[in-house]
Design a protein around this ligand. Structure first.
Ligand SMILES: [Zn+2]
Length: 276
């Protein structure tokens, strides 16, 4: 196995303990990564075959004077391994030593605008490379929040999840995370998918939020609002919605599940008139 950054040493990087010039370190303290971190490289996506995105990103990492690198880069038709899986790449502030990183050769803000065939090809190729690493190190195909990463849980996350004030990549919506992790499952050849929980049953997430709203006179038995909703009620409801619906949706998405409600809600709730 050859690695692009070992074959094409970066003249602007320091010499490392293995005698090669690159941004990174040859070995993690423990060879197995805890997490797989997904990025977009922010190059202009290349829709005209052959896709040269990954090749140009690889050249960038082999020449840049910025201390940045990654283990692998993929585009719609190629996969380039830049550093060994057990090396440390400089790809995510504060988490480099526990992570394995992949750069997808597109822009975080472009997923919705690019042609569907290109989007699927980008995702499937990156998913196949992630599946290889997940299989090698037995990493669960599960989406993780930063809190879960900090708690030592193993799985997948995005650059923005670990560095939210500075980064937006890979720019996946919850539905796109679900799609991506489904592709990882498929690439791993998983025979069966887990059964989704029935969220409408008592004790399950969505049911509890509605029951609470009904008990508090916010909605009637048809889940229609009874009256004007007060600010405290709205805050409590949104909080419950987040902890009982959004977070489980992300967790379920990581298992490739489809939930019986729309989990594609992102961003902030904006009020046109202030609540009293
Ligand atoms: Zn990134």
């Amino acid at each position: 196995m050859t690695f692009y950054l070992y074959e094409n040493q970066n003249p602007n990087a320091p010499i490392r303990s293995n005698g090669l010039r690159f941004w990174g370190q040859p070995q993690r303290r423990t060879p197995a990564p805890q997490i797989i971190v997904v990025h977009t490289a922010e190059n202009l996506p290349d829709f005209t075959p052959p896709d040269t995105g990954a090749e140009s990103i690889a050249r960038y990492f082999a020449t840049t004077s910025r201390p940045v690198s990654t283990q692998s880069v993929t585009d719609s038709d190629s996969t380039i391994r830049l550093l060994p899986d057990e090396a440390v790449a400089y790809q995510v502030r504060n988490y480099n030593t526990i992570s394995w990183g992949i750069e997808i050769a597109t822009q975080a803000a472009k997923w919705r605008d690019i042609p569907a065939w290109h989007r699927e090809a980008l995702m499937r190729r990156a998913a196949a490379e992630c599946a290889r690493v997940a299989t090698r190190y037995d990493i669960p195909v599960t989406f993780l929040t930063r809190a879960q990463v900090d708690a030592g849980v193993r799985g997948f996350t995005g650059h923005t999840n670990l560095d939210p004030t500075r980064r937006t990549d890979p720019g996946f919506t919850p539905a796109q995370w679900q799609q991506f992790l489904t592709y990882v499952h498929e690439a791993k050849g998983a025979a069966t998918m887990p059964t989704p929980p029935d969220l409408t049953q008592p004790g399950e997430v969505f049911h509890d939020a509605w029951a609470w709203a009904e008990q508090n006179g916010i909605v009637n038995e048809h889940t229609d609002p009874v009256d004007d909703v007060q600010k405290q009620e709205m805050i409590a409801f949104l909080h419950r919605y987040h902890t009982k619906v959004v977070e489980p949706a992300l967790a379920a998405a990581s298992l490739g599940l489809t939930l019986p409600f729309d989990s594609q809600i992102t961003g902030n709730v904006r009020l046109t008139t202030p609540l009293e």
